[in-house]
Design a protein around this ligand. Structure first.
Ligand SMILES: Cc1cc2nc3c(=O)[nH]c(=O)nc-3n(C[C@H](O)[C@H](O)[C@H](O)COP(=O)(O)OP(=O)(O)OC[C@H]3O[C@@H](n4cnc5c(N)ncnc54)[C@H](O)[C@@H]3O)c2cc1C
Ligand code: SF4
Ligand code: SF4
Length: 1009
């Protein structure tokens, strides 16, 4: 049982009541006055109070194994809203759960009261004072955004988590976060100079370090601060208390100590330790997980950017144990970071399309890799230390290979290390690496013994596990493989947590090094800190928050460790018959459950990659990949929702803005493939409710286009006509701003048909089958002709495939069953024609790549095998040309020498399923063509998505993110190039500039001087 909302008939003190752990909002909200209370709150806020089921589901989870339905979600606009929330909570007794990006791993960003999402609106950088090396920010600012803004000043906010591109400074304060470079910079606590807080009585205060003389007058104050100072003073002055605290808390040599409230630090400050630092309540608040006060502004101490001369040594070790032994030796060289990844993580990273390339420095199959970073003032010192370390390690018989990474290679290696936790979710099967004992820290010198003891315990339980770690700080992220749907594994989960706590206590370690206690570790805190210290922590909570309104059930007075699990132990997730094949993942539900909440899909604008365009443009959890996965999980896993798990209004809501761009398939470290899941959801909706006219028309586009091509001038007149086109757009629910694609004239159609033939060059480079899909013959006949002529002039025989309707429009509207039939027909038609010697080459990524991606997924039996064979022999024109370059079939002498600057935008499917690298290479083939890729993410078109009235605005907003700006600011002489038909249309509609296909540009380059 957990404390919920307290009745407040008189707004006076009411008796506390307990509600079931699974607090059912609808049952609970039956009595009218509670609705009235929430109504009153809603009206008093300038920000939003979201009370609908969809939002409550989205905020019921963070990155932990827990799920708790909140009563509502508040998104305050400013401090005034926060004060109103606190006052309201004080009156009603409803709890407030502060939340940033919700990337906490121990359940501290969820709870049954009102979740207060500070990340949405309170993300201002209020003041930067470079001279004083200070920045004042609102708590919702994302750490990477702050540092991007600070770059010009030569300063930065140093603590760094693996979630640095999405986690908020407020959340970092809440968890006292730290990361890769904590050896050099410590944790958030050391970088906060002042905090502006809202206390339980609604008062607002700035907290800052105080000398004993300054504290005394404050002790006399009424209100929360006075009560806290008096209470702390009494607590720390009790006989023997200070000694008990200092002995009971983790060893001071352990730099990462994030367990309980930082009472040991308070006990070490003046006046309790006359030689200590100033007394500072900010230090207590850091790491208090939103349980003591709401933070409304943060003043940060900034550090100068690290020295310019940096290198990363990737020490290859044979066994994991060697990493623990090596850590002490490495520290003697005063490195800036020492991190470790074990062979499991390295192997899983190999399966992540995004991370695979970041493994470039790993040679063979090491048992573990230690990443050691040095930053030094000059190159000589850097090389001296790197060589010294290598020689010491070799002398100690540790390490087999010591590559030294510099420049961008270092960033890539660190990206791999940061993705560590995420890629773990790629583990196949029902057992997943679970956060339970993943954050313990001990003294570095104790690591080898500690890890032997841990390994013994895990072996005793017969458990597999994976490790990555901040070994330089004595901290291990160690995750055993468990299936929390199984009651037996839940029992193990509990037992392991307790065992680990006892072990940590033996070594006087810290149960949490950085991720915090939340509700995952807090139950075991008494075993580590001792019962007496635990009572002291409870007293602290009561001094700050006597009514228990701030994030109850975290750090102290926590519910059982195995309550509120996401998984519903003992109940299997719903089994869903799917069209795509989810066998490899263990079924559709398991594919959804791969999402662990780590929130890479909430990365900010300007982050590398494309995922997730709808989130980047809206900054709404509802439109993130995580939001979508959480919604699906809710209905697949919860027993009360299993009748039609994929067909719920809430599921439709989250899928509405998914562009099916497939970026998550490539970039989500856990491999959540939302486009694929969306297809299943749409098919289910069609099965139960029928398809809309618009969906039917879009699905039938290839047929309709073929009919229109019989008399193209008439069809184009109708499509372009103000009245006729407008009427068509209206009945199709298309945006009035979007012109329909033009159909090719008879001349263009004939031109395309006649383009095929033998090489137009004495060279004989081979033969290929040109994919005549719906885009090539009906929309881009001119581009298709250019591609064919280009290929023939480069020495290839180009034969046409039969006219193929690829099924892309069927898939995008959810007609998966019909797409399967179409795929079967197409495989049959192409089967005898495609071979190693005669590959299938196409110009439109969204159709050509269907052969590689969807066909083998939706077909079965021998057809599937044949589809996979054809898929492996299908390539985009750019891929074909890049391969031809590698074989020496074509080279720059074939092309013009004139100078041309090209800005290239890659299609999302191309980025997800292939790469833009072949396109960049072949466009750069003419000697003086300079090609730059626009870091554009998604263009926003998403096939037909951008044509639809309901999506047009979002589509344009996504385009505005980066692509349109880059195109608009390019000089007229620069040629904009993209392989996607939709991308080129979007560029035209958004900027007025006509983009070209690589085929057109290269064909022109053949003719140049
Ligand atoms: C893949 C992965 C890797 C991670 N790596 C690291 C790592 O390297 N180092 C590390 O330290 N952590 C790590 N974490 C944990 C987490 O990302 C960080 O602690 C991060 O700083 C949390 O920020 P957030 O914005 O997501 O906060 P949230 O999770 O939303 O909140 C964190 C805590 O702060 C409280 N809080 C938030 N805002 C306020 C406020 N305004 N006032 C009062 N309390 C507030 C919340 O109640 C909560 O208790 C990792 C998590 C994941 C999923
Ligand atoms: S969808 Fe992927 S990136 Fe997003 S939270 Fe889930 S696991 Fe992380
Ligand atoms: S397919 Fe694209 S829009 Fe949809 S969830 Fe994945 S990244 Fe986001």
């Amino acid at each position: 049982m957990i404390m919920g909302f307290k009745p407040c008939l008189s707004h006076g003190k009411a008796a506390e009541v307990e509600f079931p752990v699974e607090l059912d909002y609808h049952a609970f909200m039956t009595s009218g006055y509670r609705e009235v209370e929430l109504d009153a709150l809603e009206h008093s806020l300038e920000g939003e109070l979201l009370r609908d089921r969809a939002h409550r589901i989205l905020y019921a989870t963070d990155a932990s194994v827990y799920r708790q339905m909140p009563l509502a979600v508040a998104r305050p606009r400013h401090e005034g809203d926060l004060i109103r929330l606190v006052e309201w909570a004080g009156k009603t007794g409803c709890s407030l759960v502060p939340r940033g990006a919700g990337t906490s791993l121990a359940g501290q960003a969820i709870g049954p009261g009102v979740v207060v999402d500070i990340s949405r609106w309170m993300d201002g950088i209020l003041e930067v004072d470079p001279a004083g090396r200070r920045a004042r920010v609102q708590p919702g600012v994302i750490r990477d955004r702050l540092n991007r803004d600070l770059k010009e000043t030569g300063l930065f906010f140093a603590p760094e988590t693996s979630t640095t591109d999405r986690c908020t400074i407020g959340g970092m304060v809440g968890n006292n976060a730290c990361g890769l470079h904590s050896l050099r910079y410590g944790s958030t606590r050391e970088h906060v100079s002042r905090l502006r807080v809202i206390l339980a009585d609604g008062s607002v205060e700035w907290w800052a370090p105080k000398s004993p003389g300054e504290i005394e007058p404050d002790t006399e104050k009424s209100g929360t601060t006075g009560r806290v100072l008096r209470g702390l003073d009494a607590l720390l002055n009790e006989p023997g208390a200070r000694r008990e605290i200092l002995d009971g808390f983790p060893h001071p040599e352990i730099p990462r100590r994030n367990s309980g409230y930082a009472l040991d630090i308070m006990a070490e400050s003046r006046p309790y330790n006359p030689t200590g630092g100033d007394f500072n309540l900010c230090r207590l608040l850091c790491g208090s997980e939103g349980t003591l006060a709401l933070v409304t502004e943060i003043e940060l101490c900034l550090e100068p950017l690290p020295p310019r001369y940096r290198a990363l040594m990737a020490v290859h070790l044979t066994r994991r144990q060697e990493a623990y032994l090596a850590a002490g030796l490495v520290l003697e060289w005063n490195p800036d970071a020492v991190e470790m990844m074990d062979h499991h993580i390295l192997a899983l990273a190999g399966k992540s399309p995004e991370q695979r390339e970041n493994r470039f420095f790993v040679k063979g199959d090491p048992g573990a890799v230690l990443l050691v970073e040095f930053a030094r003032g000059d190159e000589d010192a850097l090389i001296h230390d790197c060589e010294g370390l290598e020689s010491d390690l070799r002398g100690a018989g540790l390490g087999t290979y010591f590559p030294l990474l510099r420049g961008d290679d270092m960033n890539r290696a660190w990206a791999l290390r940061r993705a560590g936790l995420g890629v773990l979710s790629r583990t196949p099967g029902a057992k997943r690496p679970v956060s339970v004992i993943e954050d313990s820290a001990v003294r570095v010198r104790d690591l080898p013994r500690f890890m032997s003891a841990v390994e013994d315990r895990l072996a005793h339980f017969g458990l597999e596990y994976v490790v990555h770690a901040h070994v330089g700080s004595g901290e291990l992220h160690l995750r055993p493989m468990l299936d929390l749907h199984e009651k037996s594994d839940v029992a193990l989960f509990r037992e392991l947590g307790e065992e680990m706590a006892r072990l940590v206590a033996e070594f006087r370690g810290s149960l949490s090094g950085e991720h915090g206690d939340g509700r995952l570790r807090a139950p075991w805190l008494p075993l580590v800190l001792g019962e007496a210290n635990m009572r002291r922590l409870e007293r602290i909570k009561d001094m700050f928050d006597p009514e228990g309104i701030f994030n109850p059930g975290k750090i102290v007075r926590v519910p059982p460790v195995d309550s509120d699990l996401r998984t519903c132990p003992g109940i299997s997730p719903a089994t869903v018959q799917t069209i795509a094949d989810f066998t490899a993942e263990g079924g559709l539900a398991t594919a959804v459950e791969r999402c662990n909440g780590s929130a890479e899909c909430r990365r900010i604008k300007g982050s590398p990659g494309t995922m997730c365009p709808s989130y980047r443009a809206t900054r709404e959890e509802l439109h993130s990949t995580r939001g979508r996965a959480n919604m699906l999980r809710e209905f697949l896993v919860r027993p009360d929702a299993a009748i039609h798990p994929l067909d719920h209004p809430e599921v439709s809501l989250v899928m509405e803005y998914c562009l099916a761009c497939k970026a998550c398939r490539a970039e989500c470290p856990s491999g959540v493939d939302m486009a694929r899941l969306k297809g299943e959801v749409l098919q289910r909706r069609i099965d139960h409710h029928g398809a809309t006219l618009s969906a039917r028309a879009v699905a039938a586009y290839p047929v309709l286009a073929q009919i229109g091509m019989l008399w193209p001038s008439l069809a184009n007149t109708i499509l372009a006509g103000r009245l006729t086109g407008g009427w068509l757009r209206k009945i199709l629910d298309f945006a009035s701003q979007r012109p329909f694609p033009r159909l090719p004239s008879w001349r263009e159609q004939v031109g395309l048909r006649r383009a095929f033939g033998p090489p137009m060059n004495p060279r004989r480079n081979g033969e290929l089958l040109f994919l005549m899909d719906e885009f090539s013959f009906a929309q881009d006949a001119v581009v298709a002709r250019a591609a064919i002529i280009l290929l023939r002039r480069l020495g290839y025989t180009v034969k046409p495939s039969p006219r193929i309707r690829s099924g892309r429009t069927l898939i995008s509207r959810g007609f998966l069953r019909r797409a399967r039939t179409r795929a079967a027909v197409n495989v049959g038609r192409l089967s005898g024609r495609v071979s190693d010697a005669i590959p299938l080459v196409g110009i439109e990524p969204s159709t050509l790549l269907t052969f590689r991606d969807e066909y083998p997924d939706i077909l079965r039996g021998s057809l599937r095998e044949e589809a996979a064979r054809i898929g492996s022999l299908s390539m985009l024109l750019e891929e074909f040309l890049a391969r031809a370059m590698d074989r020496g079939e074509i080279d720059s002498r074939d092309f013009s020498n004139r100078y041309l600057h090209i800005l290239y935008h890659g299609h999302c499917h191309q980025k997800a399923l292939s790469s833009t690298e072949p396109a960049l290479r072949c466009l750069g083939l003419p000697a003086n063509y300079v090609v730059e890729e626009i870091e554009s993410g998604c263009c926003g078109m998403g096939g037909v998505f951008g044509y639809e009235r309901a999506h047009y605005d979002l589509s344009m907003r996504i385009g505005e993110e980066f692509l349109f700006k880059a195109v608009r600011s390019a000089p007229e002489s620069t040629v904009i190039v993209s392989g996607g038909t939709g991308c080129r249309q979007q560029i035209l509609d958004g900027t007025g500039r006509r983009a070209r296909h690589p085929a057109e540009v290269l064909l022109e380059a053949l003719d140049g001087p």
